[in-house]
Design a protein around this ligand. Structure first.
Ligand SMILES: [Zn+2]
Length: 481
């Protein structure tokens, strides 16, 4: 991989380009699904390819191939240069690029047990056992258990002299039980919906979830939801939002809104722009004074973690919201200068065949001082605890949102009470975050992995994480449907 990268950079250096970089990437993926004790799918795939970016007189060009034959690779730089020239013909303002310092580095993510070293038989046996246990619950008829793993090696070279090799392993798993009766279906998931939870880690992360030990409880909760009454319709309810749901709330109403390309209007066609303006940075009140948000690509187990981004910038931990005030956004070497700043390293491409764009790193709500979840419940006279996402919707300015969760538990006089099915809450981003009056402490704070964040055209899928602890939001619209 290094020899391919070096050869392409030699070729680029011999041409009249202002800058060029190359990414050589090999990625393997394994995805396993079991339904009702039957293996539904086992997919293993590998991609290996090369992507070259060139910067010529203020225009980017990009070319990529998985046809790794040396004499064909010669033409790759030429194709990228042709792209840059075509961009010049198309017109528009020239682009900016603040080159990073040249660096030589090798980095590997934490991984105790390589998921590929665990046999398929063992994985299938564990997942099948989970669906068998869940299926033992009366009325639970759809039992699913899934597991996914990715391993990637990426070599980045640039004409500045950077030579960076990064390798990483990501994996995760989850179970869900679907209870059916009288035309209604209620689903309960563990540890999260949409194939579970994920981390930049090895199989030890999946082992630690103890999916089989949690299968019976998950199924029992699905069955209980089936018998539970519909969530009441309340114009002003106090909500405690559990960690995995709050992670998605952060993703949609903070993470995407603070992508600086959206704020500048450069990104709009897929999922819109942002309600924020460039002049808001440093001034705008985003939420309550207890709201502190960081974008931290240095967390060891985050899906949005890396050592160097695809501009070649070193990963950082940056403050985005400081005591409720917006002080930072997600930037790149191309647009950070608009704020008179250096890039905070958010450029990532889905793979070798994509041009990097601004992506979330790990956008986290920092822990507060409300202690444990049980402490927060005990501190709530009347409210609803909402757990685990079922569906989401947010407008193209990241303002109006609506989320459904798997369950709501009523809290009365500081104690858990009745269970309700089909809860939905909605709100407006600034008012919602302004209503936050308590955030649980570090003991409840954890990272939630999101593997399916879509952005761009052609669409690119990115993996990100959000760290948070359960938090309370006053006087929110809540109903059942
Ligand atoms: Zn997303």
């Amino acid at each position: 991989m290094h020899s391919i990268a070096a050869m392409i950079m030699n070729h680029a250096s011999s041409r009249k380009v202002d800058y060029a970089d190359v990414r050589v990437i090999r990625r393997t993926t394994e995805s396993i699904s079991v339904r009702n004790e039957i293996p539904e799918s086992v997919e293993v795939s590998e991609t290996f390819g090369v992507g070259v970016r060139v910067f010529v007189d203020g225009r980017w060009g990009f070319a990529a191939t998985d046809d790794i034959v040396h004499d064909r690779l010669d033409g790759l730089v030429e194709r990228a240069i042709l792209g840059a020239k075509a961009a010049a013909v198309a017109g528009g303002p020239k682009e900016h690029f603040d080159p990073p310092p040249a660096v030589t580095a090798t980095h590997a993510s934490f991984c105790e047990v390589d998921p590929q070293s665990v046999s398929l038989e063992e994985k299938l046996s564990m997942l099948t056992a989970c669906t068998r246990i869940m299926g033992g619950e009366k009325s639970v008829e759809q039992c699913e258990a899934t597991m996914d793993a990715w391993h990637e090696v990426k070599v980045f070279y640039s004409t500045l002299g950077s030579q960076i090799e990064q390798s990483s392993t990501v994996c995760g798993a989850g179970i869900s039980a679907g209870a059916l009766a009288r035309g209604d279906m209620q689903v309960r998931s563990y540890p999260n919906s949409f194939r579970g939870n994920f981390a930049r880690a090895g199989y030890e992360f999946i082992d630690a979830m103890r999916l089989d030990d949690n299968a019976a409880q998950t199924a029992a909760e699905a069955a209980a939801l089936l018998r539970a009454p519909m969530c009441p319709d309340l114009p002003e309810a106090d909500l405690i939002i559990g960690g995995s749901q709050l992670a998605l709330q952060i993703h949609e109403s903070v993470g995407h809104a603070i992508e600086f390309d959206r704020i500048l209007g450069y990104e709009a066609s897929f999922a819109g722009t942002s309600f924020l303006q460039p002049s808001d940075v440093g001034h705008r009140i985003y939420g309550a004074p207890i709201m502190n948000v960081t974008a931290d690509a240095t967390l060891p187990h985050g899906l949005g973690s890396f050592h160097y981004d695809d501009d070649g910038y070193l990963s950082v931990r940056d403050v985005i919201v400081d005591s409720g005030r917006l002080v930072g956004v997600l930037t790149s070497a191309g647009i950070a200068h608009v704020l008179d700043r250096r890039s905070n390293a958010c450029m990532r491409a889905e793979g070798w065949n994509h041009f990097p764009i601004i992506r979330m790193t790990n956008v986290n709500l920092e822990p507060g001082e409300a202690g444990s979840l049980e402490d927060l419940i005990a501190d709530t006279s009347h409210g609803y605890l909402l757990e685990t996402n079922k569906s989401w919707s947010i407008d193209d300015k990241r303002l109006n949102f609506q989320f459904a969760t798997e369950l709501a538990v009523e809290i009365r006089d500081g104690k858990r009470g009745r269970l309700f099915r089909n809860p939905i809450y909605s709100g407006m981003t600034p008012a919602f975050w302004a209503s936050c009056d308590a955030i649980c402490g570090p003991s409840e704070w954890q990272l939630w992995g999101v593997t399916n964040c879509g952005k761009g055209e052609p669409m690119q899928v990115a993996q990100v994480s959000h760290g948070c602890a359960p938090a309370r939001f006053r006087k929110q619209r809540l109903w059942g449907a």
